[in-house]
Design a protein around this ligand. Structure first.
Ligand SMILES: C[S@@+](CC[C@H](N)C(=O)[O-])C[C@H]1O[C@@H](n2cnc3c(N)ncnc32)[C@H](O)[C@@H]1O
Length: 312
């Protein structure tokens, strides 16, 4: 499998799932929309596979979208800025990280954000109740080397330059604009992961609003796929999406939990992918027989090199 460029470390990134997801997309789409773009991992793969050459990347996190825009449109500027920040790390790189973090919290400068994401624990974005970035540095690593970062940024820019619209709107504003000639990949933050007390909400997203927005996509005949919930061992994340949405649910095995393995437990992580009803109509009957197989079958088919032949 080709290794695609990925400059941004981000918990929740779908970079390891892109080849699975792409198996269920149409072979060509006029415009590819990601209302919850994060690192745009799926759009990068879509551009690489020439499924679309027109993208709308949206994420409520403004510095993240500004960072993506810099990477795509002004690669040299962000490459040099990153190298400057990275090279000023000295022996006391922890204090350096904390200084950069403080500066970022004052300025929201996307170039500082790239360094923080490269250097923080598990690339996992955490904010305190005042909205300030408060994730700690990973003490064992210094963050991606500037020359490696350069390659990743140049790779993404080569694939996406001049082809994207960048916005930092609420996802509903984006979905409201989607047309039947678009394809929308929807990857909201999972309920349960953010530890919100009210189970009807996940990271500020109301479940009923989300269902309503999806229902409206169905009514307008827009094709889409949603990465929504998942399972680790016996633990399930996310409230199931209502049957009335007529979505087809696929389960993709993404691996074993390393922590559980350390504790001597066999815990498999599974991510769900929901396909819109009209997307299923477009696909051949092969997809139906594929979906009906047990989730484990997916990994099995891939291991035996039969995966893409079934779905595409
Ligand atoms: C699971 S991540 C997406 C990861 C992405 N697919 C990738 O591969 O990197 C979910 C994203 O939704 C964004 N988000 C949260 N609430 C949002 C909202 N109301 N509207 C738009 N984006 C939102 C978060 O900032 C986060 O980047």
């Amino acid at each position: 499998m080709v290794s695609l460029p990925h400059p941004i470390q981000y918990q929740g990134s779908k970079r390891k799932l892109t080849s699975d997801i792409l198996n269920f997309l149409p072979s060509k789409v006029e415009r590819f929309i990601e209302p919850f773009a994060g690192t745009a991992a799926v759009s990068i793969a879509v551009a690489y596979n020439d499924i679309s050459q027109n993208f709308w990347l949206n994420d409520l996190n403004k510095p993240l979208i500004e960072l993506l825009e810099l990477i795509v449109e002004k690669p040299e500027e962000i490459i040099n800025a990153y190298a400057d920040i990275w090279n000023t790390q000295n022996i006391d790189s922890i204090s350096h990280y904390l200084e950069v973090r403080e500066k970022f919290n004052h300025t929201n400068d996307p170039t500082l954000f790239l360094y923080l994401l490269a250097r923080c624990v598990k690339g996992s974005v955490r904010y305190n109740s005042d909205g300030l970035f408060n994730q700690s540095p990973d003490k064992r690593r210094k963050g991606t080397q500037p020359n490696k970062m350069r390659k990743n940024i140049e790779g993404v820019s080569a694939l996406l330059k001049g082809k994207c619209k960048f916005t930092y709107l609420d996802y509903r504003e984006v979905l409201a604009e989607a047309k039947s000639s678009d394809f929308v990949y929807i990857d909201p933050p999972y309920q349960g992961v953010c530890g919100d007390k009210d189970s009807r909400y996940f990271s500020g997203i109301n479940f009923d609003d989300f269902v309503l927005a999806i229902e409206q996509l169905n009514q307008r005949g827009v094709a889409f796929a949603i990465s929504y919930d998942g399972k680790r061992g016996n633990k399930t994340f996310g409230i199931p999406l209502p049957k009335e949405l007529r979505l087809k649910k696929l389960e993709i095995e993404v691996g074993r939990s390393s922590q559980a393995t350390l504790l001597g437990r066999e815990e498999i992580t599974v991510e769900s992918l929901y396909l819109s009803p009209n997307l299923l109509v477009e696909k051949s009957t092969g997809i139906e027989s594929y979906i009906n197989k047990a989730p484990k079958q997916l990994t099995h088919l891939k291991k035996h090199g039969k995966f893409s032949a079934v779905a595409r």
